[in-house]
Design a protein around this ligand. Structure first.
Ligand code: IFM
Length: 467
């Protein structure tokens, strides 16, 4: 009988959004600490200083996660905790936290899935030029080697970067995220160096695993936030507008990673606009080394039309609003586009195993007097998107897992604590955690899907270092 790999169900978080303890055990400031301290950047001047206080509450948090019955937990390491200032050897006290976290997960039979970079660049590296500086890619590989040396005996799932689109576009072009720069030339240089950093870090992890004898079951990959762009009409202008937006959001990452080349239409235009991708000989083969896993963060999709030309020579496009439900982020709820996206990926970029590494929604939660949130809206969102993802799997996409974003309400970047994505409510005054209705739904769905897989008798567990 043909045996298929086990489908993994998980939850995801990231370091700066939940940990707090920003100046404990040798952690140095990241660009997000600096950005939050800059007036006018984050709603209500909020910061990740305390966040969900996960650094001090980790064992209880893992216990809560175990109650949900998930197979896997995707979390990120804070670079300035592991290698303060992004230079030199690892920081034993900072690494010890992740050591304990990994052991705690394994003790509860939850697979640890590490993301190396979820946006908290050490401020010292930004001061040296940040991602627009090619050297940062090499510093990232050095940090990856340190992290892998420390945890690679127990962790086999490694994601290099989370959403390089956000780091490059929001961090260096629009300035909505740290470090808050507004410079297109710097942004596209950052984009290329992020991808180069991914390739170098992937090599460092594989080299380390080989040297330390822990290559078995190793899965290395990257996570992209992909957003389908549908043309508003069949007119040549709208088709071109959607193609440009698809190029900037999706193809400019997928093509170099999975085909070894930047999309020519986008690269040529960027060159013409004075924001070239600073590619050197050999870079693309580093970037395009095979990945085991491609993580997809999916939240929404959009309809794109051509807009009246503006004076700055950049293609002018606009988003056309649809008459569909929206989340508190004002993102359109379009689960069917997730099925199409996964089928497109399988068809146009075959090879890796696909995982939905993030999917979820912010809504205006209203807790009752006990802190319980009856979030039928979030439950419906999750149901529709899980159904859409599984439909793509049934129709041939090599989809291997799904992670709900997020386990907890947490620091939602420039929105501060104003947007809640958690399936577990966090009362920021008391730090009390209360599973919402959506957490109950998710736990129940995971149990049902696991039972279904078991009954189909076809699954085989991924080899985990824990056994
Ligand atoms: O909270 C973020 C996360 O850090 C990255 N992906 C999107 C989420 C919701 O905005």
């Amino acid at each position: 009988m043909e045996r298929k790999p086990k489908f993994l169900w998980g939850t995801a978080t990231s370091s700066y959004q939940i940990e707090g303890a920003v100046d404990e055990d040798g952690r140095t400031p990241s660009i997000w600490d600096t950005f939050c301290a800059t007036p006018g950047t984050v709603t209500a001047g909020e910061t990740g200083e305390v966040a969900c206080d996960h650094y001090h509450r980790m064992p209880e948090d893992i216990a809560l996660m175990a109650e949900l019955g998930v197979d896997v937990y995707r979390f990120s390491l804070a670079w300035p905790r592991v290698q303060p200032d992004g230079a030199g050897k690892g920081n034993a006290a900072g690494i010890a936290f992740y050591d304990r976290l990994v052991d705690e997960l394994l003790a509860r039979d939850i697979l640890p899935w590490v993301t190396l970079y979820h946006w908290d660049l050490p401020q010292a590296l930004e001061d040296a030029g940040g991602w627009p500086n090619r050297d940062t890619a090499y510093r990232f590989a050095e940090y990856a080697a340190i992290a892998h040396d420390a945890l690679g005996d127990r962790v086999r799932q490694w994601t290099t970067l989370n959403e390089p689109w956000c780091s490059a576009m929001l961090g260096y072009i629009t300035g909505r995220h740290a470090p808050g720069r507004r410079d297109a030339r710097a942004g596209f240089a950052a984009l290329h160096h992020l991808l180069l950093g991914h390739g170098l870090a992937a090599q460092a992890i594989r080299d380390g695993a080989r040297a330390n004898g822990c290559s078995e079951g190793l899965e290395v990959g990257i996570t992209l936030n992909l957003s389908p762009k549908t043309p508003a009409s069949g007119s040549p202008e709208d088709l071109a507008a959607a193609r440009w937006e698809d190029g900037l959001s999706n193809r400019i990452y997928l093509d170099p990673l999975l085909r070894g080349e930047y999309p020519a239409d986008i690269a040529d235009k960027l060159e013409e606009l004075g924001s070239p991708l600073p590619v050197r000989d050999g870079d693309l083969s580093i970037i395009a080394q095979p990945v085991d896993v491609l993580g997809v963060n999916y939240y929404s999709s959009s309809v794109v039309a051509a807009a009246p030309a503006v004076q700055n020579r950049w293609p002018a496009t606009t988003t056309v609003a649809r008459d569909v439900e929206r989340t508190a982020m004002d993102w359109e709820v379009t689960p069917e586009a997730l099925t199409d996206l996964l089928l497109r990926l399988e068809h146009e970029y075959p090879g890796p195993a696909w995982y939905i590494t993030e999917n979820g929604a912010a809504y205006e939660d209203e807790p009752d007097e006990n802190g319980y949130v009856d979030d039928a809206d979030r439950e419906n969102y999750l149901r529709a998107h899980i159904d859409a993802a599984l439909e793509a799997r049934d129709r041939g996409a090599n989809l291997r897992g799904y992670f709900a974003w997020s386990l907890f309400d947490n620091f939602e970047w420039s929105f501060g604590y104003d947007r809640r994505f958690g399936i577990v409510r966090v009362d920021y005054d008391t730090q009390k955690r209360t599973p919402k209705r959506s957490a109950r739904y998710y736990a129940d769905r995971v149990a049902r899907e696991k039972q279904r897989d078991k009954e189909s008798g076809k699954e085989k567990a991924l080899d985990t270092p824990a056994g």
